[in-house]
Design a protein around this ligand. Structure first.
Ligand code: UDP
Length: 428
């Protein structure tokens, strides 16, 4: 419900533009999280400015999403795509631009909610300069991620140091699952305050269509056994495990088998390279005739694909939360996921889906087969999945929990801040 006493806050997401198309390279869960949290908070009476780095001269500087919710793109570094591992050097400019924007518009935020370690650094500078309260969500932890990759980027040391510093100095850290909190404590620091507030999903948008209707729309026959992947093309996502599982003898016997790999992709970028690699495995295993790559799935298509599937597979090597999981579950589709991170929180094995050891294509094949060969059980898992999302993972619920957290810090504003119109203005 909208309140008349709006409080002005900033969500900072340097590399994850909340106004951009989702599903392309480097645009995924973080973009969705920031946008959805921003819109839900605005609905609940907050005035929300979301800051990101301008990555194209053609992108408008300000995008209004809803009343009291907008994205502001700041010029920091070249106005072109820069991979997240190369953005750090532009952060001082980002901070300067953010301060300039506040001066020009006569705004002082009482709280910044930062997302990913790059934004954590920005938030820490603002805290030093302005004394602003900082809440932080990691989205991915370097200490976990670097364990599962073969090449560690040069920026790793800076990232790990920033992730430790923000945990120890932010007013509050938001872990999106108990598993993420445990990783922070084990691998980052014992100090600092953490609250677990999960990610959410739009339970109206996901779940509004039956499997039969969805299949009619996509031209998929009722007899088909549809295995679905949705997400970015990134090695960490483990798409290879899924392809090898579906290509195994355990599943290949089924003449109605259909594999859909949705998401991606931009030629020449790392996303495109992973897609090429996956397509070559599909060819090598002779799976072309029953595998499709529909590309990026936009707003209207996503719920249809999830609903059409018999099972949605999330084979990530590491997943801090995994929005795709709860989206599929909200659509009544059970998930077979890797037994890692946030998936251990969202998927309840044998109740809403199944969990397998990451990279274990034999285990994935068995799990997918169990669901495909038992339609009644599949439907029961799907119903339980929908119920779990309704109870635990709606954006409104998530935004309420975040709002309560912010309110705790903002209860006593610093003495030299007074209200001016709908903005808070720093005086003296
Ligand atoms: N997504 C999308 N279209 C696509 C592929 C992905 O809109 O073609 C969205 C997906 O619905 C989800 C997000 O991108 O909301 C991915 O978030 P997740 O947490 O699963 O993974 P991340 O990309 O953050 O690693």
């Amino acid at each position: 419900m909208a309140s008349t006493n709006k409080k002005h806050i900033a969500l900072i997401s340097v590399h994850g533009d909340p106004a951009i198309e989702i599903g392309k390279e480097e645009a995924g869960g973080q973009n969705v999280y920031v946008r959805q949290v921003g819109e839900a908070l605005a609905q609940q009476g907050w005035q929300v400015d979301m800051f990101t780095r301008k990555a194209s001269p053609n992108d408008p500087t300000i995008v209004n999403h809803a009343l009291n919710c907008r994205t502001i793109r700041l010029s920091a570094g070249p106005e072109e795509f820069v991979s997240r591992d190369n953005i750090f050097e532009y952060l001082p400019e980002f901070v300067e631009q953010l301060l300039k924007f506040q001066r020009q518009h006569n705004i002082t935020y009482s709280l910044v909610h930062t997302n990913y370690w790059l934004s954590a650094w920005v938030g820490m500078q603002l805290k030093k300069i302005q004394g602003v309260k900082q809440v932080h969500t990691y989205h991915s932890l370097g200490a976990v991620k670097y364990k599962s990759v073969t090449t560690v980027p040069i920026i790793a040391t800076t990232r790990l140091a920033t992730e430790k510093a923000v945990l120890e100095t932010a007013d509050r850290i938001v872990a999106t699952s108990p598993q993420e909190e445990e990783h922070m404590r084990m691998l980052v620091s014992q100090r600092g305050k953490i609250d677990v507030i999960p990610c959410g999903t739009d339970i109206q948008r996901f779940g509004g269509i039956t499997q039969e209707q969805a299949r009619t729309k996509l031209g998929i026959s009722p007899e088909s056994k549809v295995v679905l992947y949705v997400g970015r093309f990134d090695q960490r996502k483990g798409i290879e495990t899924l392809v090898r599982a579906v290509g195994s003898s355990q599943l290949r016997g089924n003449p109605n088998l259909k594999l859909i790999i949705g998401g991606g992709s931009r030629p020449g970028q790392s996303d495109g390279m992973e897609r090429d690699r996956i397509e070559s495995i599909v060819d090598e295993l002779g799976m072309r005739d029953f595998t499709t790559f529909p590309g990026r799935l936009g707003d209207p298509d996503l719920p249809i694909y999830y609903a059409a599937a018999d099972v949605s597979v999330v084979p990530s090597h590491y997943e801090p939360f995994g929005l795709v999981t709860i989206e599929a579950m909200a659509c009544g589709t059970p998930v077979v996921g890797s037994d890692v991170g946030g998936l251990q929180f969202t998927v309840v094995p044998e109740e809403t889906g199944l969990l397998c050891p990451p990279k274990d294509d034999v285990a994935f094949a068995e799990a997918i087969d169990r669901i495909l060969t038992n339609p009644e059980w599949r439907n029961q898992l799907g119903q339980n999945a929908r119920k779990r999302v309704e109870e635990m993972f709606s954006w409104d619920g998530v935004a309420s929990q975040l709002g309560e957290l912010y309110t705790k810090f903002m209860a006593q504003p610093p003495k030299n801040i007074r209200e001016s119109g709908s903005h808070l203005t720093l005086v003296g």
